[in-house]
Design a protein around this ligand. Structure first.
Ligand code: GAL
Length: 720
């Protein structure tokens, strides 16, 4: 097994070009010195979505004063300004935006300028109702909210791209401009459109994928239920129908819908790159929670740097989910720095109950993103709105104004980010373990007409991540296409879609000395959602050395006991009658109760080759975050992967590491509301404090409740 220190950072698809924010200095207007406060991109960037068009002119002056006080370096501007910039089809009003751009520049604040295409103005949707999306039941999504456009509408595209041209022409050489922000959260409300334009574009996409109708009929299994197509025009998006729609049609529609938005993103980016080749282009992803319509791993190549929006989802795994999402964003960005475009200073407005952040959470949440590679910390939004649907959503300046705990916290975080300037530009340091994330498996494993509709793909992956956090072991979260060869342990939960090429990659990983862990409902289908025959887990059967003849999902309220190293663990949702086929397979856990009592529940097949001894482990049931921790602990021990944290801190503190090659930055995040002491972490403290050293060496770090410490140390000190 190669060591993680020589892990290539590029993936099988080749290296990723990375351009960070354009430095404003060289682009300043002739004779104009860069503002002394203007420190992007040499440090971490700080800011928010800025919506001055919601406020009278005098508030703008107040805004820039407070932005300077908070240490704001960048704002995202004009995201929802289309109707203001182009009040009618033939009139344009840039005067206000010129003034805002100049004002920001004069105050040393850079601009990530939106193309302003996120939400079409009323004149456009009135004149062209054919741009409005339609649901699977044929209802039109009318104007009145936002993002009411079909991703495939040629009319929308014509008008939106005209606006992009105008924005690029007008502001391409403005000295405040540091990046372009394409649209906003593409697909947030309109990823699935079932209209006639979508049907046309879907057919074109399918012709590209299959070339012939025979190939499509074979892939979609249309021999079933008399679905055979004899003309391309007969094919529709999976609209409301009588029973279960064709699963491959559903899967392809998901792939198509993601691709359609990606193509739209590419069209805007192409205009911007033509006009301003030296200005980087980004758009804000939504790697968070159950937002699953967009395959961001595929989209990342369209961008000069990846940006993400993340909002905390309350519940027992809120912090784990934040860390998981930030980590996966880093994986999508191929471990290069990325931009946290939006999160919240406190409550949001769109959850059933919108809880304010507790003391310490604002900074801890932001710094957890930085720990996983964010070089910018930005919020939605600068000033909390007085009107509109988001008036109860927190901002950097709350309704209460500058004399508030929230604004003081915002100012304090600005100062912290300045102290952390040396971190900027560093990559996510590779972990020895990884969790694989796959959009095809997410989409397919949760389709209807399955053995159970209780399975949740992302929840299973998150539960494994929680187990890593509980053990204090770092794990990267990476897209399935990433190069896995440098990892010692790869966990692929519910890797449902396994085409032959992926099976071969995983087999080579294990034969190369890697340790693979996978779970129930993995390996079951190929890229067309056709079952691999001969028994489950299908494509991974030989590698795992087990065979399952029939699934055995559990009813709600049912659970079974699994014993691992003497511990009795509760399992739900899924159980399987596992037959051990390969005599080399070792049984790690046994079913003790239920129909499968006495059979293997968790297995591990050692594989020895000239490259060393790897293994392939199978977990045939759902153990949840608590049950997975002892199982993972055992499998990591077998693979020789240990926590880098001192024992006293494991489970209480998250460790995330960034590196610039010669130095490492250790982020220690206190996951509790109590102070925590972390001994034995040598290095210079960039953030946090040490207890007085009582003997030789460095004193223990003292983490405040929900506090974060950052320690800078030479790269080679990381124990492997
Ligand atoms: C995002 C969006 C912002 C704002 C925010 C509220 O989805 O990009 O415009 O709506 O959520 O949390």
């Amino acid at each position: 097994m190669s060591s993680t220190t020589d892990r290539p950072t590029a993936t099988a698809d080749g290296p990723v070009p990375h351009r960070w924010l354009r430095r404003p200095g060289p682009h300043a207007r002739p004779g104009e010195p860069a503002h002394p406060d203007q420190h992007a991109p040499s440090g971490l960037s700080y800011g928010a979505d800025y919506n001055p068009d919601q406020w009278p002119r005098e508030v703008w002056t107040e805004d820039v004063r407070l932005m300077r006080e908070a240490g704001v370096t960048v704002v995202s501007l004009a995201i929802f300004s289309w109707a203001r910039i182009q009040p009618t089809e033939d009139t344009w009003d840039f005067a206000w935006l010129d003034e805002v751009m100049d004002l920001l520049h004069e105050n040393g604040i850079t601009v990530d300028l939106a193309t302003a295409t996120a939400s079409p103005p009323p004149w456009l949707t009135t004149k062209h109702p054919e741009v409005l999306p339609q649901t699977r039941t044929g209802e039109t999504l009318w104007p009145g909210a936002r993002q009411q456009w079909r991703p495939t509408s040629p009319v929308f595209r014509e008008h939106a791209l005209r606006l992009v041209e105008r924005m690029a022409e007008r502001y391409g050489d403005h000295p405040a401009l540091v990046a372009w922000h394409v649209s906003n959260e593409l697909g947030c409300h309109n990823v699935y459109d079932y209209s006639e334009s979508a049907a046309d574009a879907f057919r074109t996409w399918l012709r590209g994928r299959y070339t012939t109708l025979d190939a499509l009929n074979a892939a979609w299994g249309t021999a079933f239920w008399s679905q055979r197509y004899s003309d391309w025009d007969q094919i529709l998006p999976p609209r409301l129908t009588t029973s279960h729609p064709n699963p491959t049609q559903q899967l392809d529609f998901k792939r198509f819908s993601s691709d359609a938005l990606q193509q739209y993103l590419r069209a805007e980016a192409a205009i911007l790159r033509r006009a301003t080749p030296d200005v980087p282009v980004t758009t804000n992803f939504m790697v968070m929670g159950e937002t699953k319509g967009m395959d961001y791993a595929a989209w990342a190549d369209e961008l000069d740097f990846v940006s993400n929006d993340h909002y905390v989802l309350p519940g027992p795994q809120a912090l784990d989910e934040l860390s998981f999402s930030a980590n996966l964003t880093g994986g999508i960005a191929r471990h290069r720095p990325w931009f946290l475009m939006e999160h919240s200073t406190s409550a949001v407005n769109w959850q059933p109950v919108n809880v304010a952040k507790k003391p310490g959470e604002l900074a801890r949440d932001s710094l957890t993103h930085v720990a996983h590679g964010a070089d910018a910390v930005c919020y939605f939004q600068w000033r909390q709105s007085a009107a509109g649907a988001e008036k109860y959503h927190s901002g950097m300046v709350p309704h209460a104004g500058e004399h508030s705990r929230l604004f003081r916290d915002v100012v304090a975080l600005g100062a912290t980010l300045r102290d952390l300037a040396p971190v900027a530009g560093s990559d996510q340091a590779p972990a020895r373990a990884a969790i694989v994330f796959d959009w095809d498996s997410w989409w397919t494993s949760e389709l209807d007409s399955h053995p159970t509709d209780r399975l949740r793909y992302r929840q299973e992956a998150l539960d494994w991540y929680s187990a890593f956090l509980a053990l204090g072991v770092r794990a990267d979260v990476v897209p399935v296409a990433a190069d896995l060869t440098g990892y010692d342990v790869v966990v692929a939960p519910v890797l449902h879609v396994v085409p032959a090429a992926l099976r071969d990659r995983l087999t080579a990983f294990v034969e190369g000395g890697g340790h693979l862990v996978t779970t129930y409902f993995s390996g079951v289908v190929d890229q067309d959602d056709h079952a691999w025959l001969g028994g489950y887990p299908g494509a991974l059967r030989d590698l795992l050395g087990v065979r399952v003849e029939e699934f055995a999902p559990l009813l709600d309220g049912e659970s079974v006991t699994v014993e691992v190293d003497g511990a009795q663990l509760e399992a739900t949702t899924w159980a399987e009658p596992v037959d051990v086929v390969d005599p080399a397979v070792e049984v790690v856990g046994w079913y003790k109760t239920g129909e499968q009592a006495g059979r293997a529940a968790i297995t591990r097949r050692p594989v020895t080759t000239g490259a060393g001894t790897g293994s392939a482990a199978y977990v045939s049931t759902r153990l949840g975050r608590e049950g997975l921790a002892p199982v993972l602990g055992r499998l990591l021990e077998d693979a020789g992967v240990r926590s880098e944290l001192p024992a006293a801190a494991r489970g209480l503190v998250e460790l995330a590491v960034r590196t610039d090659g010669s130095e490492e930055f250790w982020f220690l995040v206190n996951r509790t509301a109590q102070p925590v002491e972390v001994p034995d972490v040598a290095g210079d403290v960039l953030l946090g404090r040490r207890l007085t050293p009582s003997g030789p060496g460095d004193g223990a770090l003292l983490l405040d409740p929900r506090g974060v410490a950052v320690v800078r140390r030479p790269a080679e000190t990381t124990p492997r």
